[in-house]
Unconditional design. Structure first.
Length: 297
């Protein structure tokens, strides 16, 4: 949900309806995150969470130099990670994606995104109080500790394979009350939903992106936009760059201006259309209504 769809209004609306709204901190400066945290707190008195991207090391320029030659200027940035850690110290739940950091004990309820049983075990050993089991169906970036080429596990298989003594939060392709019931029946304590909220009026999803989510177009995994595997609706840029190298965040920054211009023009073939496999089920309804519907109310 980082990069636009996540807003303070969406996070607050989900929390106010009885869910646990999350604010995506990825790509925000520390100053912008501070502003958004204040906005969420002004809109709700209920608990909410924040998701952080764990920065990795810079990539060797030789890996991506040829790929970005005509796309833009690559650069490395740590996403203001250390400054953001200070800002979220008192947030109810802090979740981490792209790795399992040290120092989880500084947070009241730290969760770590995992994509296989081994990552789940590592996260618990590091002090995670919950693991977010991300199935292959999920939209956006794979939350793996390393950007791998092996086929990702589907959510139902992943839930059955994970064996840890902390709560498991299921995510990936969940868009109906029946799907929520299914993951809870397989042992998950909670269901985490992303794409199903991207057409809500509170979301910041670009209109042409929301329009494509409302279709039944297929999705696929790509590194074309960011240099890290992510699931999105197939479009021209994905098709033209099937062999993009693994080099995040350098490729992300190299394509940033191109993607921003495509959004400005309303060209949905020129920017990332992150979406899960069940995206066609997303509804253009207020977030609170969707929370209550998913909960079976």
């Amino acid at each position: 949900m980082a990069g636009g769809p996540s807003t303070p209004e969406l996070a607050a609306a989900v929390s106010n309806a009885g869910g646990l709204g999350f604010l995506a901190a990825g790509y925000l400066s520390a100053g912008k995150l501070e502003e958004q945290l204040a906005r969420v707190r002004a809109l709700t008195s209920r608990p909410f969470g924040v998701n952080l991207f764990v920065p990795g090391p810079a990539n060797d320029a030789a890996v991506y130099r040829e790929y970005v030659r005509d796309l833009g200027e690559p650069r490395y940035h740590d996403d203001d990670y250390e400054a953001k850690l200070e800002l979220v110290a008192d947030v109810a739940v802090v979740s981490f994606t792209f790795g399992c950091p040290d120092g989880l004990d500084r947070f009241a309820t730290p969760w770590v995104t995992v994509t296989n049983p081994d990552e789940a075990r590592q996260a618990v050993e590091a002090g995670a109080k919950g693991v977010i089991a991300q199935g292959a169906e999920a939209g956006g970036h794979r939350g793996s500790f390393a950007d791998r080429d092996d086929a990702p596990l589907g959510l139902l298989a992943l839930l059955q394979l994970i064996d840890v003594d902390v709560p498991v939060i299921a995510t990936g392709g969940i868009a109906t009350p029946q799907a929520v019931k299914a993951v809870l029946a397989l042992g998950a304590e909670k269901a985490q939903v992303g794409t199903a909220f991207m057409r809500c009026p509170e979301a910041g999803t670009t209109p042409v992106h929301a329009d494509r989510i409302a279709t039944d177009e297929p999705t696929g995994l790509t590194r074309a936009f960011s240099g890290r595997l992510a699931r999105g609706i197939h479009n021209r840029f994905m098709a033209e760059h099937p062999d993009a190298p693994s080099a995040y965040p350098e490729i992300h920054y190299a394509t940033a201006a191109m993607r921003a211009e495509a959004r400005r023009r309303g060209d949905s073939d020129g920017f990332n259309l992150w979406a899960g496999q069940a995206h066609a089920l997303a509804q253009a309804r207020p977030a609170g209504e969707i929370v209550r519907w998913l909960a079976g109310e």
